[in-house]
Design a protein around this ligand. Structure first.
Ligand code: HH2
Length: 259
């Protein structure tokens, strides 16, 4: 089990927007997450929360580049972007994984870039796009549909030259899903193991937790931990979290109990 710590260099991320917009603040936050147990630091310069506005390439680049450069000295860095230009600059600055929440649909060049540079690639499921994704999401069977999508995107990435062993898959908790979709995906996560690739799962502070207990975004640590530990128990390999110290402790205790 690996932890991916979230480093958002944005003014508007749903849970920590504006806190780490200054590169120095973002770097020291990432270093703290590394000390707390994050093996991977996921640096992002564009929010994907429902209704988020897109930022220009230049703006996104100027946010993430110094932070990637600063953190790549310490940890494995992934760049949370769906733009090949931003991904390329981040790889140049020392990142080694591209985390594309659009799974190559926004910019297919991301695949050839990862192939050329032998970079890791995270392909995530999302129904619709961040502007519209929460407007009545619907599926025949949430797990079968997500699985078919990820299988198709995995094939597309391989066809574009990305080595299969470099690809991780993510069901995209909260991306074009209602509460029962999110819960069913987490419950039946193990079915996605048939795809044969490591699974990344991000439940951290997400609104499905608030829908269960009415909690505000800053008060969802318990729900984050519960859902992360259960996701790990049913097959997640990488947990993408904001609160790395707490997730690391929870995982350590869960692992020792189950050993
Ligand atoms: N969730 C968010 C962003 N990127 N990437 C992957 N692979 N999986 C996720 O579940 C995922 C992701 C949303 O969280 P956050 O980065 O905190 O918010 P924002 O998009 O508002 O910056």
């Amino acid at each position: 089990m690996r932890l991916m710590g979230v480093v958002n260099v944005t003014p508007d991320s749903f849970s920590d927007g504006g806190r780490y917009l200054d590169p120095e603040a973002a770097i020291s936050h990432g270093e703290e997450l590394f000390r707390d147990g994050a093996e991977i630091l996921d640096v992002g310069g564009e929010s994907t929360r429902p209704g988020a506005v897109e930022v220009s390439e230049e703006e996104e680049l100027s946010r993430v580049e110094p932070v990637v450069a600063g953190l790549a000295k310490t940890a494995t860095v992934s760049i949370d972007t769906s733009k090949a230009t931003v991904a390329e600059a981040a790889l140049d600055a020392g990142a080694s994984i591209v985390n594309d929440v659009t799974a190559l649909r926004r910019d297919p060049e991301v695949a050839s870039l990862c192939a050329e540079r032998d970079a890791g690639l995270v392909l995530m499921h999302m129904q619709g796009d961040p502007r519209t994704m929460q407007e009545g999401p619907s599926y025949d069977d949430i797990v079968d549909d997500v699985k078919a999508f990820l299988a198709e995107r995995l094939e597309a990435a391989i066809a574009a030259g990305v080595a299969e062993e470099r690809i991780w898959l993510d069901p995209g908790i909260g991306f074009g899903k209602n509460l029962s979709h999110n819960l069913e995906l987490l419950r039946r996560l193990g079915e996605l193991r048939d795809l044969g690739r490591p699974l990344v799962v991000g439940t951290s502070r997400k609104s499905f937790i608030g829908k269960i207990d009415g909690s505000e975004v800053g008060d969802r640590l318990g729900g984050t931990i519960a859902s992360s530990v259960l996701a790990a128990a049913v097959g997640a390999d990488v947990l993408r979290v904001h609160d790395v110290a707490e997730a690391a402790q929870a995982m350590k205790v869960a692992t020792v109990i189950l050993a």
